[in-house]
Design a protein around this ligand. Sequence first.
Ligand SMILES: [Zn+2]
Length: 271
Amino acid sequence: MTKSKIRLVQRQLKARRLYRGPIDGVYGEGTLRAIVRALERQGEGVPAGWPLWSKRRRFVAFVQVLCREQGIDVGPVDGYWGPQTDYAYGVLQFFLEHGRMPDPWRDVEPSDANPNRWPQETDRALTRHYGPVGENQTRVQLPYTHRLAWNRARRVNSFLCHERVHDSLARVLNRVLGHYGEERIKTLRLDLWGGCLNVRRKRGGTRWSTHAWGIAVDYDPERNPLQAGRDRAAFARPEYDKWWALWEEEGWVSLGRTANFDWMHIQAARR
Ligand SMILES: [Zn+2]
């Protein structure tokens, strides 16, 4: 809860005549009491147990209520600040400042930089550059702990990748850490790892998947499912622009950014 978030909430409480204190960005008793009254007014829009929630969770729940009132898709009012709430809050903030909703998305223009000279994505070009599938693997040590996307209790501190992408991968992840920091990485779920090396064919095809060479990485598959386009994939949102820029300046290709599907997937092969 930053001061600016608290100030936004205080202004909204004041507009509802629930709060008379200063707009000071301090989450004190007066602000909490006003939030409680606002949540009481919501009735069934908020889960029954909310009065027992922590002070912070009730604050987040009120932000979610505010988003919902403006028709912003914030998901369930659960008092947790996840990526959907983070995104909805950004939309709300824009709406309150500009009096209109932001454009749903901007045209994406992936960079065509390719400083590492990644090959084209054909079996022939990939085999020529990287060798046979499944070989020449090494372990990349991660600058921030990843978690297995399908079992988040499992921490991942390194994973296997092709030796020719190793240094670039390490550079990208270090820059991601430098830009977002650990806390925001967690909020944005940039640490939810969906796998790298996997010697398999493409889904429904006979060609090798780029995972077969250990030159592709998946992140947060749950919120970026294979078929989801820009309107549904979390990674299409503006808060991930820098994430993509950091990959693209090293020549990595996002299928989401270039083909608008499989937003979880990043590869060291050109299309
Ligand atoms: Zn993938």
